[in-house]
Write a protein that binds this ligand. Structure first.
Ligand SMILES: [Zn+2]
Length: 124
């Protein structure tokens, strides 16, 4: 990372009120651009988190980011979502601020199969 990016990052961390006011003005002036930027950032964050965990379904091996999801190995995802948002979890995974052993990458199909196999009474 270059030094001006580091400087800007530190400045933003030290001046949260100025950053929030600046972001609010931008949101009000350019709502469509802001929405597009937020969506792009969310996709990048999720992609980075999936990459940090290997970027491939650990069950079937598919690599298409559009169908990959982050699975809680111990099945405690719903309780964790009450504590922090998905984007917070993605950021913590990306920055390795959380135990990565708690997570694995699964595609939607393999994730759903894991859900079905956990409780055979679902009828399948
Ligand atoms: Zn899979």
């Amino acid at each position: 990372m270059n030094s001006s990016a580091e400087y800007n990052r530190k400045w933003r961390k030290l001046n949260p009120d100025k950053v929030n006011a600046q972001n609010r003005r931008y949101r009000e002036k350019y709502p469509d651009k802001d929405k597009a930027n937020r969506r792009r950032y969310g996709i990048k964050l999720r992609t980075d988190a999936v990459s940090q965990l290997g970027g491939i379904c650990v069950h079937c091996g598919i690599k298409d980011i559009r169908v990959l999801t982050i699975d809680h190995v111990n099945g405690n995802g719903s309780s964790q979502r009450k504590l922090m948002s998905s984007s917070t979890v993605y950021r913590k995974i990306r920055d390795v601020e959380i135990d990565l052993c708690l997570f694995q990458v699964l595609c939607w199909n393999c994730n759903f199969l894991k859900y079905l196999e956990k409780d055979k009474e679902k009828g399948y």
